[in-house]
Design a protein around this ligand. Structure first.
Ligand code: C2E
Ligand code: MG
Ligand code: MG
Ligand code: MG
Length: 283
């Protein structure tokens, strides 16, 4: 009986693996052509100040719309792009497109906001990211002061000394630096002190169960307090409800990003959102 179950289990897993492996190879193959075929888009999700309700920035988030019209979410292809090194091409494209768009919005007289771009570990450590950022800013004319770069804990922890050196050079260019998904990696708050970072983004998983989970509320409050001690600004990610907003406001969290304000939007819809936005000082 047990043996049989074991065998079924193995069969099940191997079928699953084959299916996953096949999907993976398919995606890798199609990724290679996607840039040339112009299948990537950048969506923008607003970031708002909790005190004034003003839009202070936008996060640039990649979208892959295949020629067949299929919309593939980033979590399905970014990890594959990362492992194959394709991420550098894709990430550089996102960086350039976001800067180009940001410059266009500045020139059009839209409210001046920061644009945050995600950098993958590979992009951060294995390409000359400082030169790439400098060239992109020069080519697009987007001011460095409006560009924010989001790094993950794993990117920073992998080669600490080198990471600090790269961060310092990115700072010298005038860009702002954020740590993304904070709390999901292995870095401690004390460890954070050694990195020259301006902004801390609290991972959505801590925000999700506010106000039901006391633990999550305490962790969130502690992260906010520690970030302030380190003179970093704090953004809560994935904010969806008024209860979450009330809690974050009571703990003096600076900014938030989430469906409560807006989902990530195509560029034209984001521009309209930015133009029409009436700040709500309650939040
Ligand atoms: P992230 O950088 O932490 O981005 C935030 C993610 O949370 C986005 O998912 C956003 O749509 C989602 N989100 C924001 N507010 C809410 C909310 O209130 N509720 C829910 N349920 N979700 C919310 P998205 O766009 O699917 O991106 C997922 C991840 O893919 C990103 O997480 C980032 O790690 C990666 N990614 C996206 N674009 C890029 C890129 O251009 N380069 C790199 N390296 N990674 C990217
Ligand atoms: Mg991010
Ligand atoms: Mg995040
Ligand atoms: Mg939770």
């Amino acid at each position: 009986q047990a043996k049989n179950e074991g065998r079924n289990c193995f069969k099940y897993f191997s079928e699953e693996l084959t299916r996953a492996a096949r999907e993976r190879i398919g995606i890798e193959f199609r990724l290679r052509q996607a840039i040339e075929n112009n299948e990537f888009r950048v969506f923008y999700q607003p970031q708002l100040a909790i005190g004034s309700g003003e839009i202070i920035g936008a996060e640039a988030l990649i979208r892959w719309q295949t020629a067949g019209g299929e919309l593939i979410p980033p979590l399905k292809f970014i990890p594959i792009a990362e492992e194959t090194g394709l991420i550098s091409n894709i990430g550089n494209w996102v960086l350039k497109e976001a800067c180009r768009q940001g410059k266009e919005w500045l020139d059009a007289g839209l409210p001046r906001i920061r644009i945050a771009v995600n950098l993958s570990t590979h992009q951060f450590l294995h390409s000359d990211i400082c030169a790439i950022v400098a060239n992109t800013l020069a080519e697009t004319g987007f001011p460095a002061d409006y560009l924010e770069l989001e790094l993950t804990e794993s990117a920073l922890m992998k080669r600490e000394k080198e990471a600090i050196d790269i961060l310092n050079r990115l700072h010298e260019l005038g860009t702002h630096l954020a740590i993304d998904d904070f709390g999901t990696g292995y870095s401690s708050l004390a460890y954070l002190k050694s990195f020259p970072l301006d902004i801390l983004k609290i991972d959505k998983s801590f925000i999700d169960d506010i106000p039901m989970q006391n633990d999550d509320m305490e962790i969130t409050a502690t992260i906010i307090a520690m970030a302030k001690t380190l003179r970093m600004q704090v953004i809560a990610e994935g904010v969806e409800t008024p209860a979450q907003m009330a809690f974050l406001s009571s703990r003096n969290c600076d900014f938030y990003q989430g469906y409560f304000a807006s989902k990530p939007l195509p560029a034209d819809e984001f521009a309209a959102f930015l133009r029409q936005h009436v700040p709500d000082p309650v939040y």
